[in-house]
Design a protein around this ligand. Structure first.
Ligand SMILES: [Mg+2]
Length: 205
């Protein structure tokens, strides 16, 4: 745990995933995948059983169909917002974000989000968690054309802040998030490791 704390003290930009990391969204992802498959079939006449939402978006990108891409973004957004008020907060992550100085992190650090959720969903969720204003930069689904574990989202954040890879760290809840970090050459950890650090601090406060 000391290693993670030591590493954090050297970082300039701390990036978080959203769902499963800061909050738990109340979204029926299976129903959304089914809806995307149906819509895809109606549009392109091809039956696809998308295992992930990203698979669907990759297919649309392959067709270079920017106008349909917008329509699919809208479907995802409507679905994500449906039960937004039932979003669960992940207290330990939120404690960390609100108390960076307890973890030896200076005020010069910037916080950012890299999420597969839509910008509106991310912003509404951060407001629900009383965290709006904490994040200097947000990369949502519609802000990239290659999605995790592709490194483009993390590299976009790197370019925005003009820092080196070594100055960044990414936290997410899935193996895919850690892979995204590896693909970008940026340190990445599962949020459970940060939660363990927060719990350790809690007990010593
Ligand atoms: Mg997640």
């Amino acid at each position: 745990m000391k290693d993670l704390e030591n590493l954090l003290s050297k970082k300039k930009v701390i990036v978080f995933d959203l769902d499963g990391t800061i909050v738990r969204l109340n979204v029926n992802w299976k129903n959304l995948r089914n809806l995307l498959s149906q819509t895809f079939y109606q549009l392109y006449g091809e039956r696809k059983d998308f295992k992930t939402i990203t698979e669907c978006f990759n297919e649309i990108i392959e067709r270079d169909d920017e106008s349909q891409l917008e329509a699919f973004f809208k479907l995802v957004q409507d679905f994500e917002l449906r039960n937004i008020e039932n979003t669960e907060l992940i207290e330990e992550t939120i404690y960390f974000i609100n108390n960076l100085e307890h973890f030896g992190i200076t005020k010069q650090v910037f916080l950012a989000i890299l999420s597969l959720n839509m910008q509106v969903t991310i912003k509404k969720t951060l407001t629900l968690a009383n965290l709006s204003g904490k994040f200097s930069y947000i990369v949502g689904k519609e802000n990239v054309r290659n999605w995790k574990p592709h490194p483009s989202g993390l590299l976009k954040i790197k370019d925005y802040f003009g820092v080196t890879r070594e100055k960044m760290i990414y936290f997410g809840d899935l193996k895919k998030d850690v892979e995204t970090g590896m693909n970008a050459g940026i340190d990445a950890f599962l949020i459970e490791q940060l939660i363990a650090l927060v719990k350790e601090k809690y007990s010593s406060i």
